[in-house]
Structure formats: structure tokens, C-alpha cells
Design a protein. Structure first.
Length: 128
């Protein structure tokens, strides 16, 4: 998901800077909230430590690929750590395991539309 988040340059910095950031996670539960007049789908997620450039999320400067550590998720222990997002806020990505490092995965954007070639590769009937 993409969200606007406030950042500090350092712990001593009192000036917050807002920036749009991509958050990466894994959906753990899908919930349908029924308010009688309308229903809302929410995802309960485990989130990657995007601010931790050593153990969470890094961008390879040579390839510009994004790597995330799916072995170390944020724990939703603070009031500001929100595990829920609305379904329409989510964007599907795929994680491809990095064989050179444990628990690290490359983030791959999902195709916008499934083509006939993708259906053949996945062996999915095209009559869906």
C-alpha cells in the first residue's frame, strides 16, 4: 500500500517531513465488516520494517529492485502501528525469494491484466 507518512531526519530533528511511502506486508486475515447499510472489506496484515534499511527493506542501487525481509515483521504493539487497511488501499505484489539471503524477497509488481500468455504459464483455464 502507498501512504503519506511523517519522517524525521534524525532523532533530534523536531521538523517532520511528509512523504509518500510504499509499505509491504503479507495479508493474514480478510475480514468483512457488516454495518447493515453497507459492508467493508479490510485486510489484517503483517508489515515489513520499511524504515529499517538493514533488516527490513532495501533498494538495490545497481538494479533498482526492492528487497524486503519477510522474516522480521513489525509487531503491532503501539497505537500508531495499524495492522488493518481497507481492501481498496491494497495493491497486489509478488515476493520472489532471494536465494543468497535467508528470508529476503524481491518485490515484483503484479501485472495489471492477466494475458493469454500468463494464463498458459500458470496453466489457468482462460474461461474464468
Amino acid at each position: 500500500m502507498r501512504a503519506v507518512t511523517s519522517f524525521r531526519a534524525s532523532a533530534k530533528d523536531r521538523n517532520l517531513v511528509d512523504d509518500e511511502v510504499s509499505y509491504y506486508g503479507v495479508v493474514k486475515r480478510i475480514l468483512e465488516l457488516d454495518y447493515v447499510v453497507f459492508k467493508q472489506i479490510v485486510f489484517y496484515c503483517d508489515w515489513v520494517h520499511i524504515e529499517d534499511k538493514t533488516n527490513g527493506c532495501i533498494v538495490d542501487p545497481d538494479t533498482n529492485l526492492i528487497f524486503v525481509n519477510l522474516g522480521r515483521f513489525m509487531r503491532n504493539t503501539s497505537e500508531v502501528d495499524e495492522p488493518f487497511i481497507l481492501a481498496f488501499e491494497a495493491k497486489q505484489v509478488f515476493y520472489c525469494r532471494d536465494l543468497s539471503r535467508d528470508n529476503w524477497h524481491v518485490v515484483l509488481d503484479a501485472p495489471k491484466r492477466l494475458t493469454q500468455e500468463i494464463y498458459r504459464c500458470l496453466r489457468i483455464p482462460t474461461t474464468l
